[in-house]
Design a protein around this ligand. Structure first.
Ligand code: HEC
Ligand code: HEC
Length: 88
């Protein structure tokens, strides 16, 4: 079988994609602390799902009590980004 230009191109693109995926930065967003404040939400997320737990986050993490850092990404669905460390 003769290698065609197109084959070489495809392999090159494939390799580029793999390199791109492997070089993605590790997840760096801070997880939800597993402390006395947050432990109940771990339980809630496990028993009733993450959406149920997320309803409470903004009771404390809100503009008046504990503002999110400036430039915080859109905060819809906290637990997609802030992992529960005990998720496993
Ligand atoms: C009862 C108030 C309260 C609620 C509700 C609450 N938090 Fe917190 N949160 C705190 C306090 C106080 C801190 C800082 C001290 C600590 O780590 O517990 C904090 C810290 C954090 C941090 C920062 C961790 C770090 O490393 O800096 C994250 C992320 C966080 N909370 C996410 C959440 C999410 C997601 C929810 C909803 C599931 C939530 N919190 C619900 C009070 C609350
Ligand atoms: C799209 C992803 C995303 C979502 C959704 C999200 N966050 Fe964050 N959050 C981040 C990132 C990234 C940072 C770090 C920002 C920085 O350092 O400027 C951060 C920072 C924080 C911090 C400051 C302490 C720390 O860990 O740096 C708190 C507290 C926090 N988020 C709470 C929440 C809460 C509560 C919600 C839901 C209402 C939420 N976040 C939703 C990505 C997210």
């Amino acid at each position: 079988m003769k290698l065609k230009k197109r084959d070489i191109l495809l392999v090159t693109i494939g390799a580029a994609i793999v390199v791109f995926l492997l070089s993605a930065p590790p997840a760096t967003t801070n997880p939800v602390p597993y402390d006395d404040t947050h432990r109940q939400y771990y339980d809630l997320a496990r028993d009733e799902g993450k959406k149920s737990a997320e309803r409470f986050c903004e009771d404390c993490h809100n503009q008046d009590m504990m503002p999110l850092p400036e430039g915080h990404p859109p905060k819809y669905r906290c637990l997609f980004c802030h992992r529960l460390e005990r998720d496993k």
